[in-house]
Design a protein around this ligand. Sequence first.
Ligand code: OSB
Ligand code: MG
Length: 370
Amino acid sequence: MRIDCIDIYRVAMPLIYPFRTAFGDTHVVESVLVKMRSGDLVGWGEAAPWESPTYSEEWAAGAYILIRDWLAPRLLNQEVESGEALQTRLAEFKGNRFAKAALDLAWWDLHARRSGSPLWKILGGSSGTVLVGADFGVMETIDALLDVIDSAIKAGYKRVKLKFRPGWDLDMVRAVRGAFPACVFHVDCNSAYRLKDQRIFEELDGYGLAMIEQPLASDDLLDHAKLQRKIQTPICLDESIVSPEKASKAINIGAARWFNIKPGRVGGLTPALQVIQIAERAGIPCWVGGMLESGLGASHCLALATLSNIKYPSDVFPSSRFFEKDLACPELTLSGPSQMRAAEDAGIGCSPDEELLASRSVQRCQIRNL
Ligand code: OSB
Ligand code: MG
């Protein structure tokens, strides 16, 4: 299909309450949306690297400029027949995977809409229903955390993810496990620790966690393999898995027993599908992570989460969890306790509310023939 026009938006989306992790406290999520047109159809992509390069080396304003000045011009007026063909056209540019992902996702949505099929079927999902989990950042007090966990469990959530950082660590997990002895929990460290902190992870072994997400440096594999050999709790890699190649290396050295897959972090749905397949062949189960993207990006995540090697509730949330008003129309909702359904409409099944998109846009431009 020929790419006729690409619109790029940098948006700032206020959160209902700040999200606090080992890489900082955030009140507004910055994200880049891409609208890709072929003929009279459009597809939407999104990548949410955030306002500053703190989760990864990328940030929204940088991704916006890179897409505008380098990536989108490589695709304009080209026939792009597959996700692989799109990636090949962008391969000359190193790294910058969130920026590439915004285009890759838009291509997949456009492709699915042209085929008249829901994206999840095009990706090879087996059922549109997906398990999702609850996720809590660092809070003011442990009591406040216990209250929200209690509500999540009463609402039927099948697993709860807890952010874990120095100062909000073992005491917090001890209190949570004490209050909820039988529930499925895991912690996400967002790369806040190093191998010298091994004792903390040995102690965590006593709390029966489902996994420990990204304990060590964001670009590390070797130390994770060393740590995994010393502890029983499975390690799940997030930040470190930026490509199919890194996924293979992580598997080869035993750096993790789970992968969190984020389309943005690996450069799009095309590489995400490859990572999930590599993992499946090696017996490594996966689940889908999120970046607090709008319902547009979250719908791509939901479609990806329908694949058979997704074996743990994913980080995809109803719009109302983080946003007063989501950019996506219709908004995402739960379809049952701890469960969401990928749309049956063609593509991702939602589009931006144009008025809200205009009001949330910090920068926008259009790449097309003069
Ligand atoms: O590390 O998984 C992460 C949110 C933003 C950036 C990084 C991460 C997260 C989350 C929450 O953990 C995911 C979500 O709630 O959608
Ligand atoms: Mg994570």
